[in-house]
Design a protein around this ligand. Sequence first.
Ligand code: PLP
Length: 553
Amino acid sequence: MNKFSASQFRQQFPILQTVSDAHQLVYFDNAATTQKFDAVINSSQHFYLNSNANVHRASHFLSAKATKAYETVRIQVKDLLNAHSEKEIIWTKGSTEAINLVAQSYGMQQLKLGDEIVLSQAEHHANIVPWQHVAEQTGAKIKVLPLDAEGRIDLTVAKIMINENCRFLAINHISNVLGKINPVAELIALAKAQGATTLIDGAQAIAHLNVDVQQLDCDFYVFSAHKMYGPTGIGVLYGKQQLLTQMPPYQFGGEMIKKVSFSGTCFNELPQKFEAGTPNIVGVVGFGACLDLFSGNGFKQLLSYEDQLCAYLYNALAKMPEVEFFVSAAPDIPLFTFRLKNVHHHDLATYLDSKGIAARAGHHCAMPLMSYLGVEGAVRVSLTAYNTITEIDYFIAQLQAYGQQNLGVEKAVSNSEFLSKQQILALFAKANSWDLKHRQIMLLAKQLPRIAKNLRSDKDLISGCESKAWLVLNKPVDSPLVYFQADSDAKVIRGLLVIILSVYQAKTIQQIIDVDIEQYFETLGLIQHLSPSRGNGVRAIVQRITELAASYL
Ligand code: PLP
């Protein structure tokens, strides 16, 4: 890209014009996936209308056209990474599949009892679980590098931990929780000095840095197109040609063969050796439509604009005494993970959602990092080059408003009566936007009698609920009715518990089993506003209620 203009760039993402419940969408969940560039969306349609055919195999002109479009993108990616050859670029579904490919095809073959696979505390599950599997199967051991105070992999400790037993180093370039650039070049050099093989998980880095694999001298580098304005379902494994040549195929079938007979099969050359079956052709072509963004002077300007967003948001957050970061100093890319004092992360994310702000709450697919940091979860906002200072100002204003509301420690309301279903329906009939419904849920949360902390037992925890929630059933011997006590550490779940229990409290077992909860939620107009995980959480609560009730049948 020759020139970057923030306002023109933003205009090329039609979805950013979305208005929901009178709130303009503020999309701050770019580390999960970015929105799609106009040209990417159009290219799929253009490809299907003009060039659609299977690649490599047919002799007709359409196939030649499709193959050219598809293979041109491989060369673009080779150039993007400064790889030695396009044979080193393997298409995968995404970073996860690329790591699995290396784990299966390299790790499983090359690692053995006593070898060490070195990871860091800040890995995404995608760069932990495949290696755990390799370790279990081969007898290799996993070692975990700690982080320094700023949240980067601690080089001083790494110099000791990466020793002659280290056979494989697999680390992230930028953590999806901390937003800090790791000293990967130095870490790769440490591993190389011991003769170990290296993989860099670049899922969060590739859209925010210039990556040169020859300069880094890593053996493998992985990333996903959907985090760089491209389509979902397409990703890249870069691997040094010499290693890829030695590795056995990962999947078997058409496309990855040269010759097949019942006496044996001869595999194809690189890169097709690792690309069994019809590939995601339109995904690759769509990816090609956004690759120009990541080079040239325009990319430099884009990165400097992201730096401005990062500094502005960091300064604003750092001024708020109620904001708690987990590591010191500003992140290197505009990706912030934090908590508000005395606020559950799911409550904050739900509140932001009710104001049109898409943020992320939870463990961010990094549960080991959450325990390392001593938290159950946190809120993450991740920005990119189509976000604006105006959006940041709006976000900070909402955060301040929420922080003010939550300064007082909530008083436990004990033994209050549960509202009836009719009362709840009447309250929600008046709330005609998600904003108002959300406010109503938060008000209802105050009505739930709390279970004292020392009485919250693990056996009463509801599994499948993302926030912690407890449920206890009481059945007096002399009554056909049953009563529930419930609590959660998230306010939003307490509000939902009041709503749910309004149809289950003080009912007979049969009445409980007969409740049509989906219909009730439909009437309240809530289902469409609950994220899939929260929707599942609600269903998990209902399932637990019915299971407990059914145990009395
Ligand atoms: N690694 C990191 C650091 C990530 O942030 C992610 C996704 O969030 C992944 C790996 C997995 O990427 P994908 O789901 O596209 O395979």
